[in-house]
Design a protein around this ligand. Sequence first.
Ligand SMILES: Nc1ncnc2c1ncn2[C@@H]1O[C@H](COP(=O)(O)OP(=O)(O)OP(=O)(O)O)[C@@H](O)[C@H]1O
Length: 287
Amino acid sequence: MTSTPREPTVLSATTVADAIDAPEAASPGAPWTPVPLLRASGLVKRFGAVEALAGATIEVHTHEVVAIVGDNAAGKSTFAKIVAGVLQPDGGLLELAGEPVSIPSPSAARDLGIATVFQDLAVAGNLDVTANLFLGREQRIAGTPLLHEGEMELAARKLLHQLGARIPSVRTRVADLSKGQQQSVAIARTLLGQPRLVVLDEPTASLSVAATAEVLTHIERLRDLGLGVVLISHNLNDVRAIADWIVVLRHGRNNGTFRGSSATNEELIAAITGATRADGHLEAYRG
Ligand SMILES: Nc1ncnc2c1ncn2[C@@H]1O[C@H](COP(=O)(O)OP(=O)(O)OP(=O)(O)O)[C@@H](O)[C@H]1O
């Protein structure tokens, strides 16, 4: 597998704010292409005797939310970690926009335009919302070590607005936000890297009903921006509400693909528990 990094992106707070305002960025009308944004085929990952992934195949297009569901130990988080460059697969092929890629590290994933939000969120509670959004990407006034606070605040407000996030102030300490608001900050931060693909690992776990609804709105916005979204979740109601496609993993293998708009909890549970068997991959269902 060869690595195909994107052109490096030079970011500034204003270009970020402008980019998220740009009509084409927000337009849901960009053409759908037959080439998936990400295609992971036949993925294998072993941990000693445990085969966490045993040939799983998952693809996601731009403007699309693909949910991955499955019982505990089905291999969902292992898939997320491989796409995030945290783990290396023992077999299988990763393709981005039709090109084979390797993702040897989290920074390689970022260079390829892949952003992942894990359950721990990795937000800094002692810093405010703006500082969290720009952590590691701080904007400085040209020729000085001084931070461009005004520009960063402006971009932070626009980003959160774009996502539909309700945060009291971009100067609030993240530790003082609710769990749902912290999730909003973590998702907003991914946008600053101008990703093509966002992977969310259990973003609604342990959230209230209201906070869950807000996070689902963020996911819709990401899709409207033209991104591909992979949503890993145990919550079947959430995935049925938001996902274009639902891929069931069982023991590291595909066990059914369903349209989010028509899947029922009963058929999803049957696939998750192994009461029904289906190894067809998503491409076979699109037709
Ligand atoms: N670092 C690791 N070392 C050893 N085994 C691991 C490691 N990571 C995952 N596994 C094992 O791989 C299998 C798949 O785990 P994974 O976390 O991908 O499942 P999951 O579908 O995300 O489950 P859950 O919903 O419980 O998070 C499990 O049997 C797990 O114990």
